[in-house]
Design a protein around this ligand. Structure first.
Ligand code: NAD
Length: 335
C-alpha cells in the first residue's frame, strides 16, 4: 500500500474513533460494543507504529477521553488524569513487563499491584483538612467537569476522612460504577416508566453521574472504589513507598476499596491473577472489563513516567468481549 492510501486509511480510522468517542464520552450513548472500539483503536495504533511520521497530534491515540460537557463548571486537573495502555493476551502482558525491565535496565522480578478494571468512570475527589471539597470527572484528562454535588450523594463516598494524620490536601482517584443488581433494577424501572434503558452498567453510571440535578443522581445505585492518588500536599507529607501500601493507607482513612485488589510478582504472577479474576467475573457484583497491573514501587513509577495518554508503568489486560448492548444496532462494523 502506498503512503497516500495508508494516510487516507488512518484518517478514516481517526474519524471513526472520534465519532465513537463523542457518542461514548460526551453523549453517554455508545453506538458500538467496546470490543469493536478496541479493534479499530488497535488497528490505528498498529498503523501508527509502522508509520510514525503519519501520526497527527489530534489522533485519538494521543488523547484521553472526550471534551467535558459545557453544562458543568470546568475543573483543571493539577495532575493529568490519564488512560491506560491495553494488553489483549499473555504475550502482550509479557511484552509489557519486558519494556518496563528494559527501560529500568533491571532484570529482577518486579512487584505489581493487581486490580480489577472496574467498568465505570474515573473520578477525582479532593479532600481538604479531611473534608470533601470537590469532585470532578476525568474529561479530556486535563480538564474535567465539576460534579461535586452528585458525588456527595454516593453512599459509600466519605464526606470526611477518618483519623488524625491526613495530608492537608489529598486528591483521591477511583471509579464510580453501578453494581449489576442496581443496574437491573434501574433498567426495569426505566422500562416500566417508558424511559430510556441504559446500554450497560457503565453507561448507566455515566448518565447518572452527569446529571444537572443531583436529586436524580441520589436515587441511582452508584458506588465508588478508590485506586490511586492525585495531588497531595504538603509534598513533605510521608506516604508509603508502594502503590499497594498507599491503597491500604487510603482504606484506613475511610475510602472504599475493591476487595479483590492484590499484589503479584512478574508477568507470570500477573497472568495467574488475571485467570483467577476472569473465573470470578460472572459472580462479582459489579462489571469489570479486565484487570489492571501497576508497577508497585512508586520510585520506579516515577522513573518510568508517561507517554502521550498513559503511564508506562501500568497496563490494562482486557477480558475477552462479553458485550450486551441493549440499544445496539444490528449492523456489521467494518472499517
Ligand atoms: P480504559 O478504560 O481502557 O482505561 C482507563 C480507565 O480505566 C481509567 O480512566 C479508569 O476509569 C478505569 N479503571 C478501572 N479500574 C481501574 C484501576 N484499578 N486503576 C486505574 N484505572 C482504572 O481507557 P479509557 O480511555 O477510559 O477508555 C477506553 C475504553 O473505553 C476502550 O478500550 C473501550 O473499551 C471503551 N470505549 C468504548 C467506546 C464505544 O463506543 N463503545 C468509545 C470509547 C471508549
Amino acid at each position: 500500500m502506498n503512503t497516500q492510501s495508508i494516510s487516507a486509511q488512518m484518517e478514516a480510522l481517526r474519524d471513526t474513533i472520534n465519532e465513537y468517542n463523542y457518542q461514548y464520552y460526551v453523549l453517554d450513548n455508545p453506538t458500538v460494543p467496546d470490543s469493536e472500539y478496541d479493534r479499530v483503536f488497535q488497528k490505528l495504533k498498529a498503523l501508527e507504529a509502522e508509520n510514525p511520521a503519519l501520526i497527527t497530534p489530534d489522533s485519538p491515540t494521543q488523547k484521553v477521553g472526550g471534551q467535558p460537557l459545557g453544562a458543568f463548571e470546568q475543573v483543571t486537573h493539577e495532575v493529568p488524569m490519564l488512560s491506560l495502555d491495553n494488553a489483549f493476551s499473555e504475550e502482550e502482558l509479557t511484552a509489557f513487563e519486558k519494556r518496563v525491565k528494559d527501560r529500568l535496565k533491571d532484570d529482577s522480578a518486579l512487584p505489581f499491584s493487581c486490580e480489577p478494571k472496574l467498568d465505570g468512570l474515573a473520578v477525582s475527589i479532593l479532600y481538604e483538612q479531611g473534608q470533601l471539597v470537590r469532585a470532578a470527572t476525568r474529561g479530556d484528562g486535563q480538564v474535567g467537569e465539576n460534579i461535586t454535588a452528585n458525588v456527595r450523594t454516593i453512599g459509600n463516598v466519605p464526606l470526611k476522612l477518618r483519623g488524625q494524620d491526613i495530608p492537608e490536601r489529598i486528591e483521591v482517584r477511583g471509579e464510580v460504577f453501578m453494581p449489576k443488581a442496581g443496574f437491573e433494577k434501574l433498567n426495569n424501572a426505566q422500562r416500566e416508566a417508558g424511559l430510556k434503558v441504559f446500554a450497560n452498567p457503565r453507561n448507566a453510571a455515566a448518565g447518572s453521574l452527569r446529571q444537572l440535578d443531583s436529586r436524580i443522581t441520589a436515587k441511582r445505585p452508584l458506588m465508588f472504589y478508590a485506586y490511586s492518588l492525585g495531588v497531595v500536599s504538603p509534598d513533605t507529607f510521608e506516604l508509603p513507598d508502594s502503590h499497594h501500601a498507599r491503597l491500604r493507607q487510603l482504606a484506613e482513612w475511610g475510602l472504599p476499596m475493591c476487595p479483590e485488589i492484590d499484589t503479584a510478582t512478574g508477568a507470570k504472577g500477573c497472568q495467574a491473577y488475571y485467570e483467577h479474576i476472569l473465573q470470578q467475573r460472572d459472580s462479582l457484583p459489579y462489571d469489570i472489563d479486565g484487570v489492571v497491573f501497576k508497577v508497585d514501587t512508586i520510585a520506579l513509577q516515577e522513573e518510568l513516567g508517561f507517554v502521550a495518554r498513559a503511564p508506562r508503568w501500568a497496563i490494562a489486560q482486557k477480558f475477552p468481549a462479553q458485550e450486551e448492548m441493549t440499544r445496539l444496532l444490528d449492523v456489521e462494523f467494518q472499517v
